[in-house]
Structures are given as structure tokens and as C-alpha cells.
Design a protein around this ligand. Structure first.
Ligand code: NAP
Length: 245
């Protein structure tokens, strides 16, 4: 596959990009830190990426740069098969409630600007005849819960958008893959209390790659979270008003 990747510098994105490189996929990396991207590109080439791994600047806080970033990927890869977005920000409910500037950043990056990036990627993929748009949302977007009201709201909007793309453009050749991780041990979750069923990035990445290869519209990572969230969705409101998970 030829894959454009936003978020391959850390965590699940880095693990997923490594798996793709190891099987010989061709990759083009987008991100906000060009020096880190360059190091990552060299590492992926050594791991097996089938050609030189190109990089271009793309900051989810700078939507004016999205078009140039996707154009740079197309200029290097030609027609690409997939766009993967693992980039995102997290803040605890307390931090987001207390800091208005941080709250605006997280909501803008995780919803408004990710959607804008995906809109531009969608247009490019459809112009090329179709392909996969894989985006990492979260189980936090499935149902409002006390510890993740604001982050969950952004991810709920993102999940809704991907779901909408699937029903609108599947017949045109766009295959959306919405990945919903549970708790994965990355920099994003460092210092947080670990719930049951936590996994490391390689396990989450392997599950996401299976979903991409199958073209699954929704993938819970790990899959046990599908059952957990089904149960959470059934909880009555009075329980959710008290529950701290
Ligand atoms: N970890 C979990 O338990 C968990 C659970 C549910 C959902 N998720 C979601 O899964 C995705 C990946 O999470 P992760 O834990 O692997 O995260 P991570 O290790 O913190 O990595 C986040 C990635 O996002 C990039 N990024 C952040 N802000 C950016 C910006 N403004 N522009 C471009 N790139 C930016 C980072 O790039 P830099 O290297 O430049 O900082 C990094 O590559 C996220 O969308 C997250 O919300 C994670």
C-alpha cells in the first residue's frame, strides 16, 4: 500500500507505521516536527519500507498548511491508497475545565481541524479513484462519561463524522476505518490510572492494521472494548451521574 500518515512520531501511530514498513508498504509522513519526522523516516526505511520515506510539515493547529502537505505526499507517492490519522491531543477533564486556552486547542485539534484535514484527504482519495481513510477516535466518544466530558465530546463528533463519510461515500470507493482505542500505554496516558484491558501500542497497532486490511468501518482496540462500551451504553443516567469511569 501507499500510505500518507499523520501522527507516526509517537505512540500507536509510530507502532502502526512500523508494522506497515515491515511488510513493505510505501509511506509518506506528515507531522509538526520535521526533525523528528526525518529520524522516523530513516528508521522506517531500515525496517523495510519499500522506498525512501518522504516527509512534509503538517500541524493540526495550522489548517492552512493541509493542502500543501497532501500535495507534497501526492507529488512523491503519486496515487496513494490510504490516509491514516493517529495524531491527536488529550487533556484530563480537570485540566480542560480549568484552562480555556488548552480546552480550545484540544477541541480544535481533535475535532474541527482533524475533520478539515480528513475533508481534504477525502477529496484527494476520491479524485484518485478511492481508498482508505483511517482515523483514530476513542471509546470516550461512544457515551458521555464524567471523567471525559470534553475530550469525549470532540471524539464523539469525530466518530459521527467518519460514520457519515462511510454512509455517504462508501459507494464512491471511500473506505473509512474508524479506530476506537480503549486504554493504550503511550505518552498520552502516562500518569493516568490504568483500567483493566490496557494494552501496549504494538498490540493496538496490529488490531488497527487488521481493520485497515479488512476495510472494517469500526474497530475497537482491543476488541473487548466493543462489549464494554455496549454495557456502558446500557447504563442508566443515574448510574452514569455517580460512576467515575
Ligand atoms: N492512548 C490511549 O489510550 C488512547 C485512547 C483512545 C484514543 N486515543 C487516540 O488515539 C490517537 C493516538 O494516541 P496515542 O496515545 O498514540 O498518542 P501519542 O502517543 O500522544 O501521539 C500523538 C501523536 O499526535 C501528534 N500530534 C499531536 N498534536 C499534533 C498537531 N498539532 N499536529 C500534528 N500532529 C500532532 C504527535 O506528534 P508530535 O510527536 O509532534 O507530538 C504524535 O505523533 C489519538 O487520536 C488519541 O486521541 C488514544
Amino acid at each position: 500500500m501507499k500510505v500518507v500518515f499523520l501522527g507516526a512520531t509517537q505512540g500507536m501511530g509510530r507502532a502502526l507505521a512500523r508494522l506497515m514498513a515491515e511488510r513493505g508498504d510505501e509511506l509518506f509522513l506528515l507531522g509538526r516536527r520535521l526533525d523528528v519526522l526525518a529520524g522516523q523516516a530513516a528508521d522506517l526505511r531500515i525496517r523495510g519500507a519499500s522506498t525512501e520515506v518522504g516527509v512534509a510539515a503538517c500541524d493540526l493547529e495550522q489548517p492552512d498548511g493541509f493542502a500543501a502537505a497532501l500535495d507534497a505526499a501526492a507529488a512523491t507517492l503519486g496515487r496513494f491508497d490510504a490516509v491514516v490519522v493517529t495524531a491527536g491531543l488529550f487533556g484530563t477533564q480537570e485540566a480542560l475545565e480549568q484552562d480555556a486556552a488548552f480546552r480550545r486547542r484540544v477541541l480544535t485539534v481533535d475535532f474541527t481541524n482533524t475533520v478539515e484535514f480528513c475533508e481534504q484527504a477525502r477529496v484527494k482519495l476520491l479524485e484518485m479513484g478511492g481508498g482508505v481513510l483511517c482515523v483514530f477516535s476513542s471509546v470516550a466518544g461512544d457515551r458521555a462519561r464524567r471523567p471525559v466530558v470534553l475530550y469525549g465530546a470532540a471524539k464523539a463528533g469525530l466518530s459521527h463524522y467518519l460514520d457519515g463519510l462511510d454512509v455517504r461515500y462508501r459507494s464512491h470507493g471511500l473506505r473509512t476505518v474508524l479506530v476506537k482505542p480503549g486504554f493504550v500505554r503511550t505518552g498520552m496516558t502516562e500518569g493516568l490510572k490504568e483500567p483493566p484491558f490496557a494494552v501496549d501500542p504494538p498490540a493496538a497497532a496490529a488490531a488497527a492494521l487488521r481493520a485497515i486490511d479488512r476495510g472494517s468501518p469500526v474497530a475497537y482496540v482491543p476488541s473487548i472494548w466493543r462489549v464494554i462500551m455496549l454495557a456502558v451504553k446500557c447504563l442508566p443516567r443515574w448510574v452514569r451521574r455517580r460512576a467515575d469511569f
